[in-house]
Each structure stands twice: as structure tokens, then as C-alpha cells.
Design a protein around this ligand. Structure first.
Ligand code: ARG
Length: 271
């Protein structure tokens, strides 16, 4: 399997905290170790560098504890960047910060007309854009995604509040294959996934409950939470190399490796 070198955007968790609860993972009364969160994030960043990826960083903004979850900052495909609109007011101010970064970096900008939480809910799988809805990204935004990017958009109905973003329930492994937790999707969406990806890897609830599906694949190496051991074994059986990382502190906010990582897709060639 060929690995593609990727250009990634990350945000250092300088101001990370769990101060509010906007998903079932977040408990503002539970202790968080901010220094450990930073060390774990640095390890994730170093993992990408060791794999030969390029990591860019956006400056963290005080008072925005979830800004570390760069996947929610936008959707960037073929040199076009669609900015985001968050469902929750606590995250609203992240949107203009990420928008300004994309603009400075020279991407062609598009503004969202509806709630859209970026690559948390929008995943490019081969020639299809899989778009989640049910908790965060509005169904109405799927039509705009199709108009902006020109890929057929497939709506994925999420049904379990613990798997509130598509990237907590499904990982794109390469152009042809995905891994997912079937129970996180409506019956109709499960049927669509079986039709589109007959060879997909099915994850167990135990893997999903440690956010194992919140993984980043370059087509050959899959970076995933170290605790997702069954999923890692299944991926190795399929010929992928797995790299486990521990993001226990960020998981207290409901995030894993993929949440911390936004893919910047420059143009067709580096798709
Ligand atoms: N606390 C954040 C939220 O609930 C976590 C976001 C995780 N990001 C992701 N791409 N799933 O919005």
C-alpha cells in the first residue's frame, strides 16, 4: 500500500480545558491535566512528522478550549476551503480564527450557510464526500458542500450521541476503504455504507468507546488511539501499519487524533 505525504493543520492545546459540556464525553467537574494534554498532543504531532507529513500550526486563542480540535476548523479540498459554523455558541469564535488562517494561506474561501463543523463531519472517501448529520452539521449544509466541492455528497445519519461527529464513527483508510461502527448509523445509512464499501472494516463498540475510529490514515499507516487494540489488529490483518497514540486527556473533551488534525488538500494532484 502506498502512503501519501500529507499537509496537516494542528492547534496546540495551550488553552485546553473542559469548561462546558456539549457532548456526552465532557464532564466539567472531572479533573484534566493540561500539561499532559500538551505532551500527548506533541507526541501526535511528532508521529506525523516521523511519517513524513507536513504539520502547520494555527495560533491558539485564549478562551477557546476546544480550538485544539482543528478538524472542526474547516473542510479543505482541491485548494478550496469552506469555513465552519458551529452549533454551539461556546465554539463560535473558533470559526473566524480558522477562516483567517485559510485566507492567509491562500485558499479559495467559501462561507457556510448552515451549521457545518468541517472535517469532523465531512470526510472525503475516494470520489465521494461522506457528510454526517444528526447532532452537529445540518443536513441543509450537505447540498452546499456538493455545490462548492463538486463531489457527490452522501448523507450519513448519526444516531448515537457519543458518536456525534462522523469522524468518531468512521475512518477513511484509503481511496477504496473505510472502517466504521455500524450501530452509530441509521439503518438506511448502514445500507449505503455496505453498498459503497463492501470490504469495509467493522469496528466493535469497545473500539469506538475509546474513540478508536477517530484515526488518521495516509493510505498505509493508521494513527489511532492506543487503546483501540481490536481495531488495530484488524487493520494490521488488512496490511496497514498501525501507530497507537495516547490522547487520554483530549478524550475528556470527546476528541482523538483525527479531531486534532485537519487535512489541507491543495489541488487534484495531492488529493
Ligand atoms: N469538545 C469538542 C466538541 O464537542 C470536541 C470536538 C471533537 N472533534 C471532532 N472532530 N470530532 O465540539
Amino acid at each position: 500500500m502506498d502512503a501519501t505525504s500529507q499537509r496537516l493543520l494542528m492547534c496546540r492545546p495551550t488553552y485546553f480545558a473542559v469548561d462546558y459540556a456539549i457532548n456526552p464525553w465532557m464532564d466539567p467537574t472531572a479533573p484534566v491535566d493540561p500539561a499532559l494534554a500538551i505532551r500527548q498532543w506533541e507526541q501526535l504531532r511528532q508521529t506525523y512528522l516521523d511519517l513524513g507529513h507536513t504539520v502547520e500550526e494555527i495560533t491558539p486563542v485564549p478562551g477557546l478550549p476546544d480550538m485544539v480540535f482543528a478538524a472542526n476548523g474547516g473542510t479543505v479540498i482541491d485548494g478550496k476551503a469552506m469555513a465552519v459554523q458551529f452549533r454551539d455558541p461556546q465554539r463560535a469564535d473558533e470559526a473566524p480564527a480558522y477562516r483567517a488562517w485559510f485566507e492567509d494561506a491562500g485558499f479559495e474561501m467559501y462561507d457556510p450557510k448552515h451549521v457545518n463543523e468541517g472535517e469532523g463531519d465531512v470526510l472525503l472517501a475516494g470520489d465521494h464526500l461522506l457528510a454526517g448529520t444528526g447532532f452537529r452539521t445540518a443536513h441543509a449544509s450537505h447540498a452546499q458542500l456538493q455545490e462548492v466541492f463538486g463531489y457527490p455528497v452522501i448523507t450519513m445519519q448519526l444516531v448515537d450521541p457519543r458518536f456525534y461527529h462522523l469522524d468518531t464513527a468512521l475512518t477513511v483508510l484509503d481511496e477504496r476503504t473505510v472502517a466504521y461502527l455500524p450501530e452509530a448509523f441509521s439503518p438506511g445509512s448502514q445500507a449505503v455504507l455496505r453498498r459503497l464499501f463492501p470490504d469495509a472494516v467493522h469496528a466493535t463498540m469497545a473500539d469506538a468507546e475509546v474513540l478508536g475510529l477517530n484515526a488518521v490514515s495516509d493510505g498505509r499507516h493508521v494513527v489511532l488511539p492506543a487503546q483501540a487494540t481490536d481495531l488495530a489488529a484488524k487493520l494490521r490483518d488488512r496490511g496497514y501499519e498501525t501507530i497507537g497514540v495516547d490522547l487520554s486527556e483530549l478524550r475528556k473533551a470527546g476528541g482523538g487524533p483525527k479531531c486534532c488534525t485537519l487535512r489541507l488538500r491543495q489541488g487534484k494532484a495531492s488529493k
